[in-house]
Design a protein around this ligand. Structure first.
Ligand SMILES: Cc1cc2nc3c(=O)[nH]c(=O)nc-3n(C[C@H](O)[C@H](O)[C@H](O)COP(=O)(O)O)c2cc1C
Length: 491
C-alpha cells in the first residue's frame, strides 16, 4: 500500500510503530522497520548517552529507515508549595505500602528544546525520522534536523496545533485522537479530547503535509478507516506493548491481557503532570480526581514513579503507569515484525471485503457516454459487457498474444479495439473495479469477466456469478445495470 508519506519515508507499509518511552526498544523498532513499517525509539525520557546507545542499537539491527522521538514540552515551572502539597496527598497511599514519600521531587528529564546534548546526539546519529511530542520543536532544532536531511513529525491533537506544526516546518503531522494510549500530545495543557474519527479528516483538510492517524488503531479495520479519513499512515502504540520485544513489565502485560481491566481506560494528569491514557488503576480512579493539584510535568512523574515502585515492591500494579489506548486486543502477543505484517494483511483483507460491499453508484447515461467518448468507442446499444468493462479501472487483458498481459485502460481499449464484440469469441480479463463516479465508488471488487456468446458472465471474487443479458437501449440499460448491482448486494 503506497501513499505520499510511505514514498517520502521510503517504507513499504503505512504503519508507524509508536515510540513509547519505557516500552518500545531498539529491537522492536528494528523488527518493525525490517518488516516494512517504520519502527521508532523513544528518547524523550532519557539522556543523550542513552539516546546514542539506542540509535546505535537500531542501526546495528536494520538498515531500513527508523524514527526517534523527543519531548518538546514547555519546561516545568517549579512550585515548591504545590509539590509538597502533592506529596502530602500521596502520603496515605505510600503509607499503605509501608514507605515514606520522597522528601522532594525533581524534574526527571529536560525538554528537547533545552537539551543541547540531546540535539548533538541526534544530529550526530542522523536518524531518518525525528518526531516531537508535547509541542513544537524550537526553530534551531527544526533547522538542525532539516540540515542533515531528517524528516520531521510533530504530534497534534487539534486542527490549530496541526496548523502551527506545519508552519513550524513539520514534514508530516501525527494526528493523535483521544483514544490513544499514553501521553496526550497536546501542545499546551488544554485538551479538546477529540477522537481520531473527527480529528483526522479535519487535520487532513487543514494542512498540506501528510497526516498520520494515531489513536485507537489496532487492526486492519482501523488502518483502512484511517486511510479513508485522509491519513497516509497510522501510528500504533498499544498493540505493540504486548510484543516480546517490548520492555513492558509482567504486571503491565497481565493487565493488558485481562479483558475486563484493559477495556476500562481513563485520561489523567495525576500520574505525570500531563494528561495520559492508562488502564483504570487505583492511581487513575483515586488520584485522578485530584489531578488539578499535581505538580508540573515531569515533576509529578517523579512522585508517580516513586509510588509505582513502592506499590510494585508490595506486589501491586495499581500505581504503575499502565498506558493503554481505548482499543486493546487482549489476547494478541505476536512478535513485532509478525504483528506488523499481520496488521497489513488484515488491512488488505478488509479492503477487499469492503470492496465486495460496494455495488452501486449513481450511474447515469451521461457517465457511460463520457467513458465511451474517452476511448473512442462507438456505442451500438445493448453491450452490457462493454459498459461494465468501461467502468473498470485496472483491467488485465490476458488473452494471447499479449504476453505479458496488457494492464489497465490499455487492456480495455485493446479488448474492444480488437473487435471482440464482432467476433463473439471467448475472452477473459480480470479487473479490479474501482470506478468512482461523481465522487462515489461505483464498484470495487476483483472481478473476472468472461465473455460468452450470449452476453457477459461476471464472477466476483468467486463469491457469486452474475449473468448480464444484452439489452437494447442505452438509458434502460444503465438503470438496469444499476438494478443488477443492487440485487447482487443482497445475494
Ligand atoms: C505505552 C505507551 C507509551 C507511549 N509513549 C510515547 C512517547 O514516548 N512518545 C510519543 O510521542 N508518544 C507516546 N505514546 C503515544 C503514541 O505515540 C500514540 O499516540 C498512541 O499509542 C496511539 O494510540 P494507540 O495506543 O491506541 O495505538 C505512547 C503510547 C503508549 C501506549
Amino acid at each position: 500500500m503506497r501513499t505520499r508519506l510511505t514514498e517520502r519515508l521510503g517504507i513499504a507499509l503505512p504503519i508507524l510503530q509508536a515510540p513509547m518511552a519505557g516500552v518500545s526498544t531498539p529491537a522492536m523498532a528494528a523488527a518493525v522497520s525490517n518488516a516494512g513499517g517504520l519502527g521508532a525509539v523513544a528518547l524523550g525520557a532519557g539522556t543523550a548517552d542513552q539516546a546514542r546507545q539506542a540509535m546505535a542499537a537500531v542501526r546495528a539491527a536494520t538498515n531500513r529507515p527508523f524514527g526517534v522521538n523527543l519531548f518538546t514540552h514547555a519546561p516545568a515551572v517549579r512550585d515548591v508549595a504545590r509539590e509538597a502539597g502533592w506529596l502530602d496527598r500521596l502520603q496515605p497511599v505510600f503509607a499503605e505500602f509501608g514507605v515514606e514519600p520522597p522528601q522532594s521531587l525533581t524534574e526527571l528529564y529536560r525538554s528537547f528544546n533545552e537539551d543541547d546534548a540531546m540535539l548533538a546526539a541526534v544530529v550526530e546519529a542522523r536518524p531518518p525520522v525525528v518526531s516531537c511530542h508535547f509541542g513544537l520543536p524550537a526553530p534551531n532544532r527544526v533547522a538542525a534536523i532539516k540540515a542533515y536531511g531528517g524528516f520531521l513529525l510533530v504530534s497534534a491533537t487539534t486542527v490549530a496545533e496541526a496548523r502551527t506544526a506545519e508552519a513550524a516546518g513539520a514534514d508530516a503531522v501525527v494526528a493523535q485522537g483521544y483514544e490513544a494510549g499514553g501521553h496526550r500530545g497536546t501542545h499546551g495543557l488544554d485538551d479538546e479530547a477529540i477522537g481520531s474519527f473527527a480529528l483526522v479528516p479535519q487535520i487532513a483538510a487543514a494542512v498540506s503535509v501528510p497526516v498520520v492517524c494515531a489513536g485507537g488503531v489496532a487492526d486492519g479495520r482501523g488502518i483502512v478507516a484511517a486511510l479513508a479519513l485522509g491519513a497516509e499512515a497510522v501510528q500504533i502504540g498499544t498493540a505493540y506493548v504486548a510484543c516480546p520485544e517490548s520492555a513492558a513489565a509482567a504486571p503491565y502485560r497481565a493487565l493488558l491481557a485481562d479483558a475486563a481491566r484493559s477495556a476500562r481506560t481513563g485520561v489523567t494528569a495525576a500520574i505525570s503532570g500531563r494528561p495520559a491514557r492508562s488502564i483504570r488503576t487505583r492511581f487513575v480512579d483515586e488520584l485522578g480526581p485530584h489531578e488539578a493539584a499535581a505538580p508540573a510535568y515531569p515533576v509529578a512523574y517523579d512522585a508517580g514513579k516513586a509510588l509505582a515502585a513502592a506499590a510494585g515492591a508490595n506486589g501491586s500494579p495499581e500505581f504503575a503507569a499502565v498506558w493503554a489506548g481505548q482499543h486493546v486486543i487482549p489476547d494478541r502477543t505476536l512478535p513485532a515484525a509478525e504483528l506488523t505484517r499481520h496488521l497489513m494483511a488484515d488491512a488488505a483483507a478488509v479492503l477487499s471485503r469492503l470492496a465486495s460491499h460496494v455495488v452501486h453508484g449513481p450511474v447515469t447515461w451521461a457517465d457511460a457516454e463520457s467513458w465511451l467518448a474517452r476511448y473512442g468507442i462507438a456505442w451500438e446499444g445493448g453491450d452490457v459487457d462493454l459498459l461494465v468493462s468501461l467502468f473498470t479501472q485496472d483491467a488485465r487483458y490476458i488473452e494471447k498474444p499479449f504476453d505479458p498481459p496488457l494492464d489497465g485502460r490499455d487492456a480495455i481499449a485493446t479488448y474492444w479495439g480488437e473487435g471482440a464484440r464482432d467476433t463473439q469469441r471467448d475472452v477473459s480479463f480480470t479487473a479490479d473495479v474501482w470506478s468512482v463516479v461523481d465522487g462515489v465508488v461505483l464498484a470495487g471488487w476483483a472481478a473476472q469477466f468472461v465473455r460468452l456468446p450470449s452476453g457477459v458472465q461476471v464472477s466476483l471474487d468467486g463469491v457469486f456469478r452474475l449473468r448480464l443479458q444484452r439489452d437494447p437501449g442505452g438509458a434502460v440499460l444503465c438503470s438496469e445495470l444499476r438494478e443488477w448491482w443492487y440485487k447482487q448486494e443482497g445475494g
